[in-house]
Design a protein around this ligand. Structure first.
Ligand code: SF4
Length: 689
């Protein structure tokens, strides 16, 4: 297929949201082509799942411990009946809702409204809490606004120096790397990652700290910037506050001390400082490796402090940004599926926001519940005396993706009623009382907001299989059965978006000036877009930050040690991450034969000497054990691994679930769990293990 035929839409997976064209072919097949840019392996094969035998095409209802087909009317009627009975007996908060960062803006908005209005529950959160919440919290505090990249990613093409922290775009979003080509060619790419990833391979300087220590590393580089005479004093005076307090802490982290903690040579810290200070156009970009810690917010602040010391944020051609992971990770945290939030990225405890959103929704502000539990706390409370008794899950596979996943399965089993809406029978759906088959990307319209805060139109390219409904149709069907007027829950994506625009008006993420018509016309609209004549805001911080005084905030942060240090029983640091061939819990990509051929099973990356000490070699079956569980994995020996570190991908189910090991301890501000480091031991599979 040429790049000019087919329906233009966007890839179903990551936050890069690559443009593609989709054409229905004779029979059930579809053709996928790149639309202008490139696609990775996942994008090229995304059409396969549309007609996969794994696809759900009818509701399933549990009868005698088996899921059996049912018609929609029966399935929705059963859900409404059960939810009503549970609410009557235990109150509105006994019903919880869990969303996802891959859902369209329209679905996220409708889900938040459905929870607050049709169910009256405060108990709603989503899997984006696992993904970007630490950078979001830090961005709001430092800049007054959380927009992952507050500049178009094409700006990176002119960069002299880019410091990438805890990010591996060469595998997770390969087409992104073309924006770094100039910087790579000029020897300006610095990568901070405990692993020697393909991204680190392209770097002029790879800093390889022990997992969980990069707050200390950021402090060491900041120390080198200040003592090396690279501080941008005029910028600090004019555009920031709090440098003196932040420096008082960072001054105690000189590079030699940081080397003791992180393993990164003091000379390399100084070289990073010199490279960053020497580039006219420099960027600091962080990602999950920075965030997914019990001190994730502080860690992000440490890198923001470094960027501010160098005068980067809000300067043309330079900046700080966070690479969002999930397809709609940005939009998914703006429109109300988060426990403490209303549409437009406004707080649910803000009386003005409550008043406006209640008016748009046709209810009294007092009827809107307050803030609920965050994702991990919500999952942890399921089936407990004062926790939810029923859960509705949309677009998330928590049995694989949540930390300490065996405990999560136990909590789901303790529920009176579990409903899952999904496209395949995920590991979570398999536990449900009712499973609802829903549309996927090419079968539905809607908008997605990519990692730059640019709103993109997802155009329906093909008809869904008979028996499948969109998420908003499911929510509308349930709302009516729960006694809501039908007109309060529209099902046409454009109508839902029109309402979202009104609800977001005046908020930080103001979409009120964005229309489907403008998007169809090809306008590149970055929020906020406060009216239909507004051109959008690609670089929101050039003149001022979004704080009350327009200045960015340095925040004093101190490295406090790893949350779960190694000891004699658990002597290795385990870190987790993504592979090129898979996406998130793998519910979609594990059903694509081409991708499974590339990455079929769980493995552990380990230094050959570390493996040998455990009596293991390449391709041996190993068991990794943490304080919470154990995981089976095939050994891959890599000399580039640190001797104290093992790596596990988190896409695999069953006994290969990396999250059987992970530590559910939460960041105190963002409530993000500590996915990125836990203490483990590596052992050989003995007979009977
Ligand atoms: S980089 Fe991301 S958006 Fe682009 S094709 Fe790959 S998975 Fe899809």
């Amino acid at each position: 297929m040429s790049e000019s035929t087919g329906t233009p839409t966007h890839c179903p997976y990551c936050a890069l949201q690559c443009g593609m064209r989709v054409t229905a072919l004779p029979g059930d097949a579809v053709d996928v082509a790149a639309n202008g840019g490139g696609l990775c392996q996942k994008g090229w094969t995304s059409g396969t799942l549309l007609n996969s035998p794994a696809r759900l095409t009818t509701p399933l209802v549990r009868v005698d411990d088996e899921l059996v087909p049912a018609d929609w009317d029966y399935a929705l009627g059963l859900i409404a009946l059960q939810l009503s009975a549970i609410r009557f007996e235990h109150g509105a908060d006994a019903v919880a809702v869990f969303g996802g960062g891959g859902l369209t803006n329209e679905t996220c908005y409708a889900l938040g409204k459905f929870a607050r209005v049709a169910l009256g529950t405060s108990q709603i959160d989503y899997n984006g809490r696992f993904c970007m919440s630490s950078a979001a919290a830090a961005g709001i505090k430092a800049f007054g606004m959380d927009r992952g990249m507050p500049f178009p990613m094409t700006d990176l093409a002119e960069a002299d120096v880019v410091l990438l922290v805890g990010a591996n775009p060469a595998e997770t979003m390969p087409p992104f790397v073309r924006h770094l080509e100039r910087c790579i060619e000029n020897g300006g790419l610095i990568v901070v990652d405990p692993r020697r990833t393909p991204t680190a391979d392209a770097a002029a300087l790879h800093l390889q700290p022990a997992p969980g220590t990069d707050l200390a590393l950021a402090s060491g580089i900041l120390h080198a910037v200040v003592t090396g005479g690279h501080l941008t004093q005029a910028y600090i005076d004019e555009r920031t506050t709090g440098f003196a307090e932040a420096w008082r802490v960072a001054a105690t982290w000189w590079p030699e001390r940081v080397e003791q903690v992180t393993g990164v040579a003091a000379a390399d810290q100084r070289r990073a400082a010199q490279l960053l200070a020497g580039g006219d156009r420099a960027y600091v970009l962080t990602a999950r490796g920075t965030e997914q810690h019990a001190n994730g917010v502080d860690t992000v602040h440490a890198w923001i402090n470094l960027a501010l010391a160098l005068g980067l944020p809000g300067s043309m051609g330079s900046g700080y940004g966070c690479l969002t992971g999930q397809g709609n990770g940005q939009g998914g945290r703006e429109h109300g599926q988060k426990a403490d939030q209303l549409p437009g990225y406004r707080r649910i405890d803000d009386p003005v926001a409550r008043e406006q959103v209640a008016r748009v929704w046709g209810v009294h502000p007092a009827e809107l519940p307050g803030a609920g539990r965050s994702a991990c706390e919500l999952l942890d409370a399921l089936g407990t005396d004062d926790g939810p008794k029923a859960l509705l899950v949309f677009g998330s596979n928590v049995v694989v993706s949540a930390p300490r996943s065996n405990h999560i399965a136990d909590r789901l089993a303790a529920l009176d009623f579990l409903v899952v809406a999904d496209i395949v029978l995920s590991e979570t759906a398999a536990l449900a009382d009712v499973v609802l088959p829903v549309t996927q990307w090419a079968e539905e319209g809607g908008t997605m907001t990519n990692l730059e805060g640019r709103v993109l139109l997802r155009t329906k390219a093909i008809e869904p299989p008979g028996g499948v409904r969109s998420d908003v149709e499911v929510l509308a069907g349930l709302a009516v059965r729960l006694g809501q007027p039908a007109e309060r829950f529209p099902t046409a994506p454009e109508t839902v978006f029109t309402e979202l625009r009104a609800a977001s008006k005046g908020g930080v993420a103001d979409y009120s000036g964005i229309t489907y018509q403008r998007l169809r016309a090809g306008e590149a609209l970055y929020w906020p877009v406060p009216d239909e004549d507004h051109p959008g805001t690609p670089r929101p911080f050039l003149d001022r930050f979004n704080t009350s005084d327009g200045r960015a905030r340095f925040v004093p942060v101190a490295y406090q040690g790893q949350t779960e240090p190694v000891d004699a029983d658990y002597p290795l640091l385990c870190t987790t991450g993504r592979l090129l061939a898979h996406y998130q819990s793998g519910a979609q990509t594990r059903n694509i034969p081409e991708l499974m051929a590339v990455a079929p099973e769980m493995f552990v990356e380990v230094h050959p000497d570390t493996a040998a000490r455990a009596g293991l070699a390449d391709d041996d079956e190993a068991v990794l054990i943490s304080r919470r569980g154990q995981v089976c994995a095939k050994v891959r020996c890599l000399p580039s691994m640190r001797l104290d570190t093992v790596f596990l991908p988190f896409h695999f189910p069953g006994a290969g679930r990396a999250n059987l090991l992970t530590n559910p301890v939460l960041d105190p501000a963002s409530r993000m769990p500590e996915f990125k480091v836990c203490a483990v031991r590596l052992t050989k599979v003995e007979n009977g293990t």
